[in-house]
Design a protein around this ligand. Structure first.
Ligand SMILES: [Fe+2]
Ligand SMILES: [Fe+2]
Length: 275
């Protein structure tokens, strides 16, 4: 095993350990999804695949101190990464330049200003896209419940006009708002690859919001909708794992378009509401 592969393996193991102490919304499944999406996009965007993967594994380590609050977790992750990577830099497994690239991407991953740095824009885009899949939407709903938000408030707009300004984090008051916040990421994702993926993935959130808008008066009950989301999440996770596990050893070589094709093949199986 090469030194770089060994380092990635150690980082993956450490992420696994940390994830056991994290909640479902930012735990192992979330990180694994970010790693997979980042690795899918990196070759297409001329990103440094090694740096992007390293940053993706470690980006939410700082959640430990801020499990229910986004504030501060990115800088804390960057500090933890600094400690972890110190010896690897000393042993010249990674260069100071690679380290700088990784820690900068992690430190700034939750900011919304644009960036010309590839590792940073790829990490941010993968993190945002990770919420668009059925399992990502379920994690968003769980996170919202962890913060004590109701599923829906009667004065909330379920279907927003796409031209409305970017929904601000501070305006979010319920889970349906959180979904609209995720939906709005299309306005800030940067890489062409992420835009292509977002275009495919938005069908899931579209279907859910449309169904909710039609049936909210009949089933205005958070437990019902959480069950719907959970069921879809588990179904999606199972089939998506098969897709990725087949490619595990050569994930860098995965044709990006194969994943798009996979999404096209499965999307009709998801109505995002149980019948
Ligand atoms: Fe994060
Ligand atoms: Fe994240």
């Amino acid at each position: 095993m090469s030194d770089l592969k060994y380092l990635l393996d150690e980082v993956r193991k450490n992420t696994r350990n940390i994830s056991e102490r994290l909640t479902e919304s930012h735990g192992w499944d979330h990180t694994l999804k970010v790693v997979r999406l980042a690795k899918l996009m990196a070759p297409k965007e001329d990103g440094d695949i090694f740096c992007v993967e390293l940053a993706a594994w470690m980006h939410d380590w700082g959640r430990l101190a801020f499990p229910k609050n986004d504030k501060g977790h990115a800088s804390l992750s960057a500090e933890m990464v600094k400690q972890f990577l110190k010896n690897w830099i000393a042993q010249r497994v990674i260069t100071p330049r690679q380290y700088g690239d990784v820690q900068r991407a992690i430190r700034q991953h939750s900011q919304i200003n644009s960036s010309s740095r590839k590792s940073l824009s790829l990490l941010r885009d993968a993190d945002r896209l990770s919420r668009y899949t059925p399992d990502g939407l379920y994690q968003v709903a769980v996170y919202s419940a962890e913060k004590g938000f109701p599923f829906f408030l009667p004065d909330t707009k379920v279907l927003r006009n796409g031209n409305e300004p970017l929904l601000r984090f501070s305006d979010v008051r319920c889970t349906i708002d959180e979904f609209n916040l995720v939906y709005d990421y299309w306005k800030i994702i940067e890489t062409p690859s992420a835009k292509l993926l977002q275009n495919e993935l938005k069908v899931f959130i579209d279907a859910f919001l449309n169904n909710f808008a039609n049936e909210k008066n009949l089933q205005n009950n958070s437990e019902f909708w959480l069950t719907v989301l959970k069921k879809n999440a588990e179904q999606f996770k199972t089939i998506e794992n098969i897709f990725f596990e087949e490619k595990e050893k050569s994930i860098n070589e995965i044709d990006f378009y194969e994943y798009i094709q996979f999404l096209n093949d499965v999307k009709n199986d998801f109505q995002m509401v149980s019948r």
